[in-house]
Design a protein around this ligand. Structure first.
Ligand code: GCB
Length: 605
């Protein structure tokens, strides 16, 4: 037993996935699938009557049975068939007026027919459900998932019928103190089935997942693994990258795992200037999956960040997963193209996807456009640092995001936290999380957006900030959020501020900014005007240029976004207005300031 456990742990570390974790189908969007997107019937259920009766005992008429009355004398107090409909993917808050502020449970139901080829297997795939999902097929429970921003799969082979299937999802976005994120955040808690749903059909023995990336520290070895699900040991696995002249075959061991180590003579490396993606095909006797993968190296040396061995300055911007033009949770390819298109126009080679893993279209588009990515996990502000279940939850969410995105060249940084107040329990929690990320993905860098301590000795002429958060010791790259000129003094305070750090590491100023309502003009001392925001950026950029170890910036934020904390009438109206562009894409003056700065930075190299 001891030996088995050890083997499982070792297996977990070499494949980048813990052996006991549920299956997550690698590159799900590339698989043959039947989409379940579209209109779903919904029942809003604030008291969870769909689960419990008046005595809080399990209901005799649970909604997941999707039942109909047997005859006209039967009393049944729900009916999906006549209930309202909502679009999937999509959040409920922005689809129905009366659900705008709603947090709690909504039941979703979809009917579908399905044709499963004999011998094949079927999997129900969810891109994301915020926050807690429970799923039933034809009245049978398939499972639960926690965490609003990562995918999950349930096998439905032997359960799915040729006609009249009913899939019921209980989506619950109630905030909890011990959850990740916790009860307090500065973004809208969009509830629902926010990303795509499909049924994936796979052969009995299929390619469950693969990692195909440049080996750490090498420019000419592709390393990784392929894992096969089902079948016996000794199966042949081929990896072909025709454009790079690669065609290798290897065999799986008794756990279905095949290690890859492929020396290559000439490989065009992925970079913002030339975001080269290769067509990669992984195949076995029974299955085949194709991907587009870029190869690049990322490392640090002293205070430098090296992309493909050369120092790079990260010209970035922070982005929320907020839908351009319509607001609500962004979920589509078109949303991704719009948001990242604006980032390119700003002059970016880098984006910080805050504050949770964004949908896969964003990563695919970043790969195509040559935008390096900071990917984040929703460990935000105050988390229940002492609670082991909270740690397990955070660890699982970052693990799922690494599993989904590990083949995206664009991702260079995993961020484990945002603005977490310094304390022993917090530093211990985050240090363990960093360790786990490094184990799961040793090829990328780890960061966190930290807070800075105000200088206790600040005077009218000097303000020296020391970045000495103990978390910095375990990070590869320091991230720091600061709001000099907005929450912290006036814009001029930046002129007398100096930065230092005991760590010999690169710094990304991961947030700075100010609110401005697009079209609101005035003098540059008047809050909420474009002129005030512009002035904050001007003073900020002059200050940032004086930080010798600064290697990147991602101002807050590309586009205005909804937040329940932002109530000021006629200005905020439940939007955080720190966007460089409005929700309609109108550029505020600060956009131009940032664009000029990035033009200069790009020319500096
Ligand atoms: C922060 C947070 C970010 C907020 C921003 C703000 O420090 O990291 O989530 O939205 O400030 O606008 O206050």
């Amino acid at each position: 037993m001891k030996y088995l456990l050890l083997t499982l742990i070792l297996l977990g570390t070499t494949t980048g996935v813990r052996a006991d974790t549920p299956v997550l189908i690698g590159n799900a969007p590339a698989r043959a699938s039947q989409s379940l997107n579209g209109k779903w019937r919904v029942i809003v259920d604030p008291f969870e009557y769909g689960l419990y009766d008046a005595r809080m005992q399990p209901s005799k008429e649970p909604y997941f049975n999707d039942a109909k009355p047997k005859d006209k004398s039967t009393r049944l107090e729900y009916d999906f068939d006549t209930s309202p409909q909502l679009d999937v993917p999509g959040d409920w808050n922005s689809q129905m007026d009366k659900l705008f502020f709603y947090e709690g449970t909504v039941w979703y139901r979809q009917k579908f027919d399905y044709s499963l080829k004999p011998g094949n297997r079927a999997w129900l795939h969810f891109g994301a459900v915020n926050y807690q999902a429970s799923v039933w097929l034809n009245g049978e429970k398939l499972g639960d998932h926690t965490g609003g921003f990562t995918p999950f799969d349930f096998e439905i082979t032997g359960k799915v019928k040729p006609t009249g299937n009913s899939v019921v999802v209980k989506a619950d976005n109630t905030r909890h103190k011990e959850a990740v994120p916790t009860t307090n955040a500065d973004w809208w808690n969009y509830g629902g089935i926010t990303r795509e749903v499909s049924v994936i059909q796979l052969p009995a023995t299929f390619i469950e997942d693969y990692l195909i990336q440049l080996q750490k520290g090498s420019g000419n070895v592709i390393a990784g693994w392929v894992r096969i699900n089902g079948g016996k040991a000794g199966q042949k696995v081929s990896v072909r990258i025709p454009e790079a002249g690669i065609d290798v075959t290897t065999t799986t061991d008794e756990t279905g795992y095949a290690a890859l180590h492929i020396p290559v003579s000439s490989l065009k490396l992925w970079s913002p200037e030339e975001p080269k993606l290769y067509e990669v095909t992984v195949s076995t006797g029974t299955d085949k999956v194709t991907d587009r993968i870029g190869f690049r190296s990322i490392e640090t040396r002293g205070t430098d960040i090296l992309l493909n061995g050369k120092p790079v300055f990260l010209r970035g911007v922070s982005i929320h997963e907020e839908a351009p033009f319509r607001s609500g949770r962004a979920f589509s390819d078109e949303d991704a193209r719009t948001l990242l298109g604006w980032a390119k126009e700003l002059g970016c080679n880098f984006v910080r996807l805050a504050h949770y893993p964004h949908n896969e279209f964003m990563l695919r588009e970043a790969d195509r456009l040559g935008l390096m990515v900071w990917s984040e996990t929703p460990v935000y502000w105050t988390i229940a640092w002492d609670n082991p279940a909270t740690f397990a939850n955070a660890a699982n969410q970052i693990d799922e995001s690494i599993r989904r995105d590990k083949n995206r060249a664009a991702i260079i940084l995993w961020s484990v936290a945002n603005e977490t107040p310094i304390g022993a329990a917090r530093t211990d929690f985050l240090t363990r999380l960093v360790r786990q990320v490094k184990q799961a993905d040793p090829t990328r860098l780890v960061t966190a957006a930290m807070l800075h301590e105000a200088d206790a000795k600040a005077t009218a002429t000097s303000n020296s900030i020391v970045l000495d958060d103990p978390l910095g010791a375990v990070l590869d790259v320091l991230g720091c959020n600061e709001y000099i000129g907005w929450y912290d003094g006036t814009p001029e305070k930046a002129d007398r501020t100096t930065w230092s750090s005991p760590y010999n590491k690169p710094l990304i100023m991961s947030e700075f900014g100010a609110d401005a309502l697009f079209g609101k003009h005035g003098d540059d001392q008047t809050r909420w005007t474009e002129e005030y925001q512009e002035k904050v950026f001007q003073h900020q950029l002059a200050m940032l240029d004086r930080i010798p170890f600064l290697r990147g910036t991602s101002p807050w934020i590309l586009m205005d976004f909804r937040s329940p904390r932002r109530t000021l009438p006629d200005i905020e109206d439940y939007f955080n207005r720190k966007g460089l562009v409005s929700i309609r894409g109108e550029k505020k003056k600060a956009f131009g300031v940032m664009q000029d700065y990035y033009r200069r930075k790009a020319a500096e190299k």
